[in-house]
Design a binder for this molecule. Sequence first.
Ligand SMILES: [Zn+2]
Length: 315
Amino acid sequence: MIRITFLGTSAGVPTFNRMHPSIAIEYFGKDYKLFLFDCGEGTQLQLMKAGINFMKINSIFITHWHADHFAGLIPLIQTMNIEGRTKELKIFGPEASRYVKNILSLYEYKPFFEIVPIDVKLSKDPIKIFEDEEIEFYSIEVTHSIKSVAYAFKEKDRYSIDENKLEKLNLKKGRWLEIIKKQGIYKINNREIRIEEIANLKRGIKVTYSGDTVFDENLVKLAKESKILIHEATYAEKDKDVEKLHSSCSDAAKIAKLANVELLILTHLSRRYQSEEDIQNILVEAKKIFSNTIVAEDFLTIEILKNEIKIYKRI
Ligand SMILES: [Zn+2]
């Protein structure tokens, strides 16, 4: 299962109801994994309120180094230290080494655990920046006032054994199936079996997060076929000329349509839009272009289990 929790959904200025950007991605695979996309002010408190154990964070992916997207790192690292974290913490981001070093230089003491900055290169094509046995992360450059990237979390594509195919080829189940899943090929009695002959490819679920960006069609390359696209929508169509560095709700919807995603979630809303009516207007405008759209709010939670999407409010 993949569980996504919106911890902060405001743009540059928070409101009483929307904190600075941060999204928790929990993956319940062979073991539990926890990642953050961005870490705005107040992220540790939001995690506590949501009942997510911040000590278990594996890695944090910062889209760009504007304070609304990273200022929560300092108190979060301090609390991890007080609570006795020993596990290393990876922090990804454009020029992460430089920024993380600067942030850590603000402390009077050194963390007891290792903080490993990972520089994310700016690339106009998706690049893989992390993988383990079950999952992978990709990034792509997007267009903002400073170096910025979007990220995608993806379950690895997997083969599942098709018993009908086995039967047709007169093959018996056994430990060799585990080996062929890893190697892609296996020899039985001088006959080479390829995995495609006995299994079906199951595409892994992908969740893409735009970070801050203007309308950038290049993002479609990363977002293509995502189950969920989380895209910033700082302003409504009527205010399109106010801002030049961000996307409107329609811009986000256009990317969702071009990328053929299943669900679009709009986030990073300007404080201008606080009434129910404002939010409805944003939703209506986006839906004209991409119908399966929702607007994020703090603690909105999305669970993806066996391809089904469940949406509820965490608290
Ligand atoms: Zn921002």
